[in-house]
Design a binder for this molecule. Structure first.
Ligand code: 2P0
Length: 359
């Protein structure tokens, strides 16, 4: 046997019940469960090539074409250490697996979209990295996908959800070692086939407050977060699972928008406050709210309104993701492009592709 080399891609995921807060910062264990949709592999994705070679003298890592000091990237070190330990235990149990403990690896990873602009680059990045290294070590098909998601979580919490397609829950778990804090597929990508995601890029700049630092400040200072964790998310997870199972768009849309609103409220309740949305983001909320108001009617008592056409959600940045059913995509795009026309300068030309149809 000579070298092992693989290239894999992982798509981004965009949460509809948001992860924000860790109860264990070393193991990346969350303060609440979360639920997301993994977008199509054809659109926003990270691609990672891993080569494991007896001739290599050291582990090396290139991110978006630039070499990084692999030893200073603690999360990467943790993921690689765990994957190698797993390979060793499988190797010890199966003599058909060659001993490659001393082989070093080179890893190249790139995103086809702006890094750290609140478009879930760390989710797809660590998902691709974990899956790529697991493939190169020949262990990816020998262990349950949930276990791989646990390892991706050590790189970035939200990455555990990108190990699955479709609708994915990250169950927070209760074990101190994090063994049960893993992702699970709630429904596959064919379940709700007319659900589309539109990404509205308001800015491709790097965010001011990285998620990791921001969420810890929230855990330390926000009383609202405590109420969210205890009183809101457990019920919302159940309601979201039910909405997805029944393909109930009204319930899905209302829960998605409420959860985005509460996540950003919790950010503002942090001290000093964190503000990820900007004036363009707020204009998108206003536009979608006005648009939905043209069609919605009261629903059953205590239930969602009926007739939603679009649901917005914002992550740790100003860019909006709209979840829209296919029959309304053309209309929503036309409205968005009319209200936010294509700008003329070069830099904004990128933003001019504002409404991307990423299905
Ligand atoms: C989410 N976000 O559920 C939420 C919504 C941002 C807003 O997961 O520290 O990059 O690496 O675990 O996963 C962003 O947090 O943070 C995130 P770490 P991560 O998608």
């Amino acid at each position: 046997m000579s070298v092992h080399q693989v290239t894999v891609s992982a798509p981004v995921n965009i949460a509809v019940v948001k992860y924000w807060g860790k109860r264990d910062t070393a193991l990346l264990l969350p303060t609440n469960s979360s639920l997301s949709l993994t977008l199509s592999q054809d659109d926003l994705r990270s691609t990672t090539t891993v080569r494991i070679d007896p001739k290599f003298e050291a582990d090396r890592l290139w991110l978006n074409g630039k070499e990084e000091d692999v030893t200073s990237n603690k999360r990467m070190v943790n993921v690689v250490r765990e994957l190698r330990a797993l390979r060793k235990s499988l190797q010890d149990a199966d003599s058909a697996l060659p001993v490659i403990d001393s082989w070093r690896m080179h890893v190249c990873s790139e995103n086809n979209f702006p890094t750290a602009a609140g478009l879930a680059s760390s989710a797809s990045g660590f998902a691709a990295l974990t899956f790529g290294i697991a493939q190169a070590l020949d262990i990816a098909e020998r262990i349950p996908r949930a276990q791989l998601s646990r390892l991706a979580r050590l790189g970035s919490g939200s990455a555990c959800r990108s190990l699955f397609g479709g609708f994915v829950a990250w169950n927070m778990g209760s074990a101190a070692d994090g063994n049960d804090s893993v992702a699970e597929q709630v429904a596959d990508e064919s379940h709700w086939a007319d659900m589309e995601a539109l990404i509205l890029v308001a800015s491709d700049a790097r965010k001011d407050t990285p998620s990791t630092a921001g969420m810890q400040l929230t855990v330390e200072t926000s009383a609202l977060l405590q109420s969210r964790i205890k009183d809101v998310v457990p019920k919302r997870m159940e309601e979201m699972r039910a909405a997805i199972a029944a393909k109930d768009y009204d319930a899905f849309a209302e829960l998605t928008m409420k959860d985005s609103n509460q996540f950003h409220a919790v950010c503002l309740d942090t001290f000093p406050p964190i503000s990820y949305m900007n004036d363009v983001s707020r204009a998108v909320v206003h536009l979608i709210t006005s648009y939905n108001a043209l069609f919605t009617q009261p629903g059953a008592a205590g239930g969602p309104k009926k007739g939603y056409r679009a649901a917005y959600t914002f992550d740790a940045g100003p860019n909006a993701v709209l979840y829209v059913r296919r029959e309304h995509v053309a209309e929503v795009l036309a409205i968005v492009n009319a209200v936010f026309p294509v700008p003329t300068t070069d830099r904004e030309a990128y933003l001019g592709r504002a409404a991307q149809y990423v299905g």
